[in-house]
Design a protein around this ligand. Structure first.
Ligand SMILES: [Zn+2]
Length: 167
């Protein structure tokens, strides 16, 4: 039995986390419920007795555990799938524009292709086509969070090598 002191602050923090992960909060049916919420696999409950013994319904235990561990849990996976589909559509669009070669090494991509953001998302780069190129996963990772200028330089340097050098 897990025993914790459930303060209002803690309840609110858990509820905020649930909402941030896409769960739909429902009205608690007893005063002991810390949170009652709906996610992809139905309704779950995390509750505590007056003594602080936690009990769970639905997928509550697993979700509470994810919360404590800070794991990547999402209430619904629908968006993820949609994103995946959107991503493959973007890749096709970029491939039509740029061809099926890696932006960095210029070798054919085949199955090993990933979307590279010239201006990294972490630097505020967007998913706009103008910011996207295709690259091998490895080449993409090697470029990491380099600046746009450095990335273009890799592109140009390798282009030179490939065509026997323009220097
Ligand atoms: Zn490559």
């Amino acid at each position: 039995m897990i025993r914790v002191e459930i303060t209002d602050k803690r309840k609110q923090a858990f509820c905020r986390w649930l909402v941030s992960r896409g769960a739909e909060l429902l009205a608690p049916s007893t005063a002991y419920e810390i949170a009652r919420f709906r996610c992809a696999d139905g309704v779950s409950v995390v509750a505590a007795t007056a003594k602080g013994d936690l009990y769970f319904a639905g997928n509550g235990y697993h979700i509470w555990d994810c919360y404590l561990k800070g794991s990547a849990w999402r209430a619904f996976t629908k968006n993820k799938r949609k994103n995946k589909k959107g991503r493959s559509r973007l890749m096709t669009t970029v491939a039509l524009r740029d061809g099926e070669n890696c932006f960095y090494c210029h070798n054919p991509l085949h199955e090993d292709r990933s979307l590279e953001h010239l201006l990294s998302i972490t630097f505020g780069g967007s998913n706009h086509l103008a910011n996207l190129v295709l690259a091998h996963r490895e080449c993409n990772e090697a470029a990491g969070n380099k600046s746009v200028r450095e990335k273009l330089q890799i592109h140009i340097d390798n282009l030179g090598e490939r065509h026997g050098g323009y220097h």
